[in-house]
Write a protein of this length. Structure first.
Length: 215
């Protein structure tokens, strides 16, 4: 069974190296496709500093946004399982990746999602009541190919579309709290981070609402 990791990158020079190092060391992963979505910082240098036979690097000259960058990567390969991972994670470990991949590899579920660790109360709320918007997830290649041409899978719509597909088709989803895993929030990364975070949340929750109305 071939497992391919897809890592979309846009200006993540501070956290990128550790994320890629951990993915590279994870034995369950056979292939890593890194998509540099026209970064303007030193992300590309960080990517190129890692020498591994597992790695394929795609450098985009124009920023496409996360969903389209991921689709470019997926179109470049043929695999059994896709593992998506954001590049802005803090404290990512091999055990986190294995925690996401094992349920699919063992045939228990068809989508496995990793949730960042925000503490007991927030974790409970996130796991049981909020939309699954975390970027760390694994899904069969065949299912992603069925959803890839959905017109709603653009910008920040990737995770929402995958969630909706699984729900409509009664596909079981595994939710994993990944202990001590954090994310660098946009306001701490970029000068216009507050605006970008607000834009992302607006797009995601507007899409969630749209899909509920369509039902």
């Amino acid at each position: 069974m071939k497992i391919t990791a897809v890592v979309p990158v846009f200006n993540e020079e501070k956290t990128l190296k550790n994320v890629l190092d951990v993915i590279n060391k994870t034995e369950l992963i056979n292939e890593v496709i890194v998509v540099d979505d026209a970064s303007s910082d030193n992300s590309r240098k960080k990517i190129n500093s890692i020498k591994s036979n597992k790695f394929t690097v795609i450098s985009l000259e124009k920023n496409l946004g996360k969903s389209d960058a991921v689709k470019v990567a997926v179109k470049s390969t043929k695999t059994d399982i896709l593992f998506f991972c954001d590049a802005d994670l803090i404290n990512l470990k091999e055990e986190h990746i294995n925690q996401i991949l094992r349920p699919l590899k063992d045939g228990i579920v068809l989508m496995s999602v990793g949730l960042r660790d925000y503490g007991l109360i927030i974790n409970f709320v996130y796991k049981n009541f909020l939309p699954l918007i975390a970027g760390e997830r694994a899904i069969p290649y065949s299912i992603f190919m069925e959803t890839m041409n959905n017109p709603l899978m653009k910008d920040y719509g990737l995770e929402v579309v995958l969630n909706d597909y699984c729900k409509k088709n009664n596909i079981p989803i595994c939710k994993n709290i990944m202990k001590d895993l954090k994310q660098t929030v946009k306001p701490k990364k970029w000068k216009n981070g507050v605006y970008l975070l607000a834009k992302e949340m607006f797009q995601i929750y507007s899409l969630v609402l749209l899909l509920k109305v369509k039902k």
